[in-house]
Design a protein around this ligand. Structure first.
Ligand code: ADP
Ligand code: ZN
Ligand code: MG
Length: 493
């Protein structure tokens, strides 16, 4: 492993470019009035247009064009004053027209960038283009394996056929799986903030193909690229790239040539397998779509959309640092998704100290979500819970150990933190009467440390407080216990 790492670091440089597809969350499809909805019964959101019946004509969805322009603007692209749709011809059952309406050499948005942060360093990834197309239907391969090979039959669901789909193509500017992961995370957060897509990778509303090649460091030329398909989570992207980096590394070291090909990621086995050799653009016989006029968005409309852009994740991170005092690391974690940022800001609005709120969110709360495979929105815990927790902890009504218990319980049941603290007896014992007896016992049981403290060895106090904490089963307020001990020992000394 160490050897491979050294080899990786010194012998080859990794080059990655991502092609991400985003289903837009418009009410209706791209070129017809069918509903654009996930999860409807198969073939219920279809019409002659999206089923490709002869004689039908496409009518572009204005909202989809608006969303695409917003994505382009958020990524710093130039919005083309003139762009056109093309037909990309190929034959496959998920596409009843036998062509996909897409964009080719004149896309709607060109030449932007997305800044990512990895290990505290900012890295700029170029965006080649952002274009608009239509999604295909969905094929389900039936039979024992559920896969194409050996399938007994295939079922087609055309509900997805014609759903507006945006493709965001990056420059080959990423140099590690970590950077690719950061890019996809940042892109997803940006799209989420724009409100243009559900960005649910598990449902396919955000999909990503990764292109990866290796080359000698210092080389300006790009190596033979492999395109990895079927990446439906950020984790899969990261794992697949790590695997592919290693596979190509080994092949090149052995002097085996790599061929340009498409490979599939097998999540279960953790490997990529050969898909097909690369197709070329001319295979698709692209030609301008004769049924659609060129897109020539009014410059004033573009400026209106630019003015409407919401706060983007990068700006949010900066604000969380500058105005709310979070560290760069904390801000990165909390502002990484609109969902998390909303929860965090609501917690702060409910009165919580921002740093404490961020710590609890990225620590215990994140762990609870991971363990239960829940999203923050779906979880029972609310910003009010967290604000109350931070407040009780700050007022020393509960200890941090007690707070952990209270959070886990509020997370599991949705009960108020106050109620949990009462029910579980988490309130710290802070009154001198209740603590007095325990303190007497501790003094009696520890004559040597007591003697040392009286002779001026301050450090021993911590040990004695610890003994009181132990006796109280963690319920004693350590500050009060320390004060009482000091009073008692100097009083009778
Ligand atoms: P194709 O014509 O095969 O689709 P493109 O030039 O359009 O190839 O690039 C597709 C994606 O692959 C882009 O995101 C680009 O940055 C990336 N890419 C291109 N060449 C390489 C390479 N040699 N290594 C890694 N990524 C690459
Ligand atoms: Zn339709
Ligand atoms: Mg391409």
């Amino acid at each position: 492993m160490a050897e491979a790492d050294t080899a990786k670091a010194t012998r080859f440089e990794t080059v990655i470019g991502l092609e991400c597809h985003v289903e837009l969350s418009t009410a209706t499809k791209m070129f017809c009035g069918c509903l654009n909805a996930f999860g409807a019964p198969p073939n219920t959101n279809v019409c002659p247009v999206c089923l490709g019946h002869p004689g039908t004509l496409p009518v572009p969805n204005e909202k989809a064009i608006e969303y695409t322009i917003k994505i382009g603007l958020a990524l710093g692209c130039r919005i083309a004053p003139h762009s056109i749709f093309h037909r990309k011809n190929y034959f496959y059952p998920d596409m009843p027209k036998n062509f996909q309406i897409s964009q080719y050499d004149l896309p709607l948005c060109v030449g932007g960038h997305l800044d990512i942060e990895v290990d505290g360093e900012t890295h700029r990834v170029g965006i080649t283009r952002v274009h608009l197309e239509e999604d295909t239907g969905k094929t389900v391969h039936g039979g024992a394996t559920g896969r194409i090979g050996g399938a007994e039959y295939a079922l087609e669901d055309y509900n997805r056929a014609g759903v507006p789909l945006v493709e965001v193509v990056s420059e080959p500017d990423m140099r590690s799986a970590e950077q690719a992961r950061a890019y996809l995370t940042e892109l997803r957060a940006t799209l989420e903030s724009l409100g243009v897509s559900d960005v649910r990778m598990e449902e396919g509303s955000l999909r990503c193909d990764a292109n990866v090649s290796l080359r000698r460091p210092g080389s300006e030329e790009l190596g033979t690229k492999i395109e990895i398909k079927n990446l439906n989570s950020i984790r899969s992207l990261y794992r697949a790239l790590n695997f592919e980096e290693e596979r190509q590394q080994v092949a090149l070291e052995r002097g085996e040539p790599l061929i340009q090909e498409t490979r599939h990621w097998d999540e279960g086995k953790g490997i990529t397998t050969h898909g097909r050799s690369k197709e070329y653009a001319f295979d698709y016989r692209y030609f301008p779509e004769p049924d659609l006029a060129p897109l020539e968005p009014d410059p004033q409309w573009i400026e209106t959309l630019r003015a409407e852009l919401p706060e983007l994740p990068a700006a949010r991170r900066r604000r969380f640092q500058d105005e709310l005092g979070l560290s760069a690391h904390q801000a990165g974690l909390v502002a990484s998704s609109a969902e998390w940022a909303r929860f965090f800001e609501a917690t702060v609005s409910a009165g919580a100290d921002p740093r404490a709120a961020a710590n609890w969110m990225t620590g215990d709360l994140a762990a609870l979500l991971r363990e239960t495979h829940q999203s923050l929105t779906a979880a029972k815990v609310t910003p009010e819970h967290l604000a109350e927790l931070v407040k009780l902890l700050d007022e020393q009504v509960i200890s941090s150990a007690g707070a952990k218990v209270a959070l886990a319980e509020a997370f599991a049941t949705g009960a108020s933190v106050d109620a949990v603290v009462e029910a579980k007896g988490l309130r710290q014992v802070g009154d001198s009467e209740a603590l007095g007896g325990m303190i007497e016992q501790v003094i009696e049981e520890n004559p040597a440390p007591v003697e040392q403290f009286r002779k001026g060895k301050e450090g021993v106090l911590g040990f004695l407080v610890g003994q009181v904490m132990k006796k109280s089963g963690g319920a004693a307020n350590p500050k009060v216990a320390a004060e009482l001990l000091r009073e008692r020992l100097s009083g009778s000394g």
